[in-house]
Design a protein around this ligand. Structure first.
Ligand SMILES: [Zn+2]
Length: 69
């Protein structure tokens, strides 16, 4: 009986959130919960980089999230 040599198949990916200045653990996709939201809102791209019009987008985002609260 030969068992396939399973290498590190079950390595837990403990990647960190790629967003600038964030050192939280990645929980959803590659982001922490907070920055996953940012990503969904288009505030950062998949690499955690901010777009040129980040400030504007961020303000919109804050305005919206305040309303929702
Ligand atoms: Zn983060």
């Amino acid at each position: 009986m030969s068992k396939p040599n399973d290498k590190n198949d079950n390595v837990i990916s403990m990647s960190k959130c790629p967003a600038e200045g964030c050192s939280k653990k990645a929980e959803r996709m590659d982001f922490c919960n907070e920055h996953f939201m940012w990503f969904k809102e288009g505030l950062i791209n998949r690499k955690g980089q901010k777009p040129r019009d980040f400030d504007k987008k961020f303000q919109d985002f804050m305005r919206r999230s305040k309303k929702a609260a």
